[in-house]
Design a protein around this ligand. Sequence first.
Ligand code: UGA
Ligand code: MN
Length: 448
Amino acid sequence: MTMRRNIISMLLWFGVGAIFTIHIILQHRKELNLEEFSERQITEVKTTILKRTEMENIHQRKPRRGNTITEDDNDKSPENENDKSSSSKQQASEDEEKSASDDNENDKIAANAKHDANETGESSSVGKDHDDSGSGVVGVQSLLDKAQEEIERLRGENKKLYEREHHLKRIARQLAFQLKNSREKTSLPHVDPRLPWIYAITPTYGRFTQKADLVRLTQTLLHVTNLHWIIVEDSSNKTPLVGNLLKESGLSYTHLHIRTPTMMQKKHRNKKPHRGVAQRNHALQWLRDNIDSDKTPGVVYFMDDDNTYHRKLFDEMRHTKHVSIWGVGLAGGARWAGPMVTRGKVVGFHVYWAPERPFPIDMCGFAVNLRVLLDEKPDAKFDMHAKLGHLEPTFLAKITTMEQLEPVADNGTKIYVWHTRTEVPRDSLRGERMMIKEGRPTYPEIEV
Ligand code: UGA
Ligand code: MN
């Protein structure tokens, strides 16, 4: 019995001990769990707070993009500085801990963005990012924004450079064109392959005023596009005076010579002979032998060396199809002589002297298409035996009709050529003779 009581009591004590032990163990485990839980909880809470802060920062930053400079400036005001939360301050200090190179880079970008904003008149919040508090995500976002803005800025600059390049290229083209033009203007005479040529035939002879007349004529002809000058000296040889003058002229020319036959020279005749006839016929022969009217089409114009020619005249005659005609100043014994035109056709002539002549016009009052003289009338030439005042009329009668005449220069109403005649310089001639007679020097080597 006692034994049984002892066993029961021992079992009871053992049970109590076991319960106490289990209690102790459980209590200890509970304490451990509690500790674990609270640490995890704290971490979770911390993370949540951190995330919220991040989200808040992002949301706060987004609406600020594109704000005005005034708003940015307000953000920098001391008031706003005070309003910043402690977490913002914490982040600001974290930002400061970023590497120096990062800061420098950001500063550069921010400076650029600010510069751009000032240029375009738009504001930029990029400059503010450095001051903003935020987490690493904010930093990355901020860098992305800055990079995007930098890309936009570079795009803008690229566009500007592209436009500037275009502008400069345009100016360069204009300058090149002006330079070319000015060069062409200074280098006379002009040649234009699209325009017909003018073959000007001029007889000349050694008179006291020859050089003065030829220099004046040369300098007129330099202004004429596509002009070939056939100058025929009334002499047994080509003279150095005319040869040198032509060489220095810059003109396109052919230098010929033919002496007027003795029986037609003035000194051998009791009546006044026609002048420059053999020379004009010689030039016509040269044209027939040397020029192809298909390759270099144009007109033939007979120019005395002492007349006065307006440069406009040449463009009036240039497109002559057959024979063109116009008025001549100081000719025909009147103030002017020339065609009378009705509805584009020559119906008569205004002239004082011998109006009954078929074509009462001076040598400088008409031009003939090259084809007419080379192909249609290959034998046409001036007749040195023609009656006085009939040199031009007899020649024209061979090659044209009144119906075919083409009046130019405003239907013959504009005078672009004058039959001026060089006066014989009697005083100079007399004085020179006297000086030679008196044995005084006249320096014959000086060309006048
Ligand atoms: C006028 C006409 O304008 C000439 O076209 C025409 O040949 C001349 O009359 C005529 O009926 O024979 P005009 O002023 O009186 O001309 O004559 P100039 O100027 O003295 O001579 C006409 C052209 O022939 C000039 O180019 C002149 O240099 C040349 N000429 C003159 C000679 O070649 N040899 C001479 O002996 C004289
Ligand atoms: Mn003359």
